[in-house]
Write a protein that binds this ligand. Structure first.
Ligand code: C5P
Length: 246
């Protein structure tokens, strides 16, 4: 693990993949204090916008703004600076946007935060989506296997000064081996606790496997937000995580 030892619940990020601020507030109210952060992704951001992100951060919640920026360097840099102004804890870009885009994003967000004396958000890079496999990569003309592509993009992100990557836990071991930097964070979605279904995720891992492989933070959506009791689902996940430490 690259992060210092922290309370296991702080390593769980809940994906607020819902269609209204009202629904998201219900999840946050039930889970605040039980998990480390809430993730606002494309669906919720499109419907509820930056106002809702501001509401969460103003209430003291840690927010991972998962908008996966992927555009020309200037556009990504400006979007990332706007995200930093929302006081988010973490944001992300697509590593496949290239080195210049990632380097400039870190540099300009850092400059903005030091001029406003605010805390710089963690900036991480998406390597290969966990819903993609070798066939999906082949469709878009990438002939290497998913793991090789993930490692290549993780190395590039680390060289560009990013704080970490989003990747399947199946690739976490290879990423740790390739990126020696202390504190490089691996955030893993596509985690499926024993009680849950796979949904559309392909490169899935169990909670135990994710931590054993060296993941720092887990992003979990449907297994928690569709549970009859969200708090019970989180407890079950923490129980599985505790087994990983034994
Ligand atoms: O519901 P589920 O646990 O599959 O949700 C996973 C979350 O992580 C979703 O919000 C998805 O957008 C996000 N994500 C992912 N794969 C990535 C990056 C983010 O599944 N590589």
């Amino acid at each position: 693990m690259a992060l210092p030892v922290i309370d296991p619940k702080m390593r769980v990020i809940v994906a607020l993949d819902v269609d209204s601020a009202h629904e998201a507030r219900r999840i946050v109210a039930e889970l605040a204090g039980h998990v480390g952060a809430f993730k606002v992704g494309l669906q919720l951001f499109t419907v509820a916008g930056p106002e809702f992100v501001r509401e969460l951060t103003a209430d003291g919640h840690r927010v991972f703004l998962d908008l996966k920026f992927h555009d020309i360097p200037n556009t990504v840099v400006n979007a990332a600076v706007e995200a930093a102004k929302l006081d988010v804890w973490m944001l992300n870009v697509h590593a496949s946007g290239g080195g210049e885009m990632m380097r400039e994003t870190v540099r300009r967000v850092e400059a903005h935060c030091s001029s406003t004396r605010s805390t710089r958000p963690l900036i991480i890079a998406v390597t290969v989506l966990t819903s993609s496999d070798d066939d999906t990569l082949g469709e878009i003309g990438i002939e290497t296997d998913a793991e090789t592509q993930v490692v290549r993009l993780a190395r590039l992100a680390a060289d560009c000064g990013l704080d970490g990557v989003v990747a399947s836990a199946q690739e976490a071991v290879a990423i740790r081996k390739a990126v020696g930097r202390d504190g490089f964070i691996i955030v893993t979605p596509g985690v499926r606790p024993a009680f849950a279904t796979r949904d559309d995720q392909r490169r899935v891992t169990s909670v135990r496997e994710a931590f054993d492989n060296g993941a720092d933070l887990l992003v979990i959506g449907r297994p928690i937000i569709r549970a009859v009791s969200m708090a019970d689902a989180v407890s079950e996940i923490l129980h599985e995580a505790a087994k990983a430490d034994q």
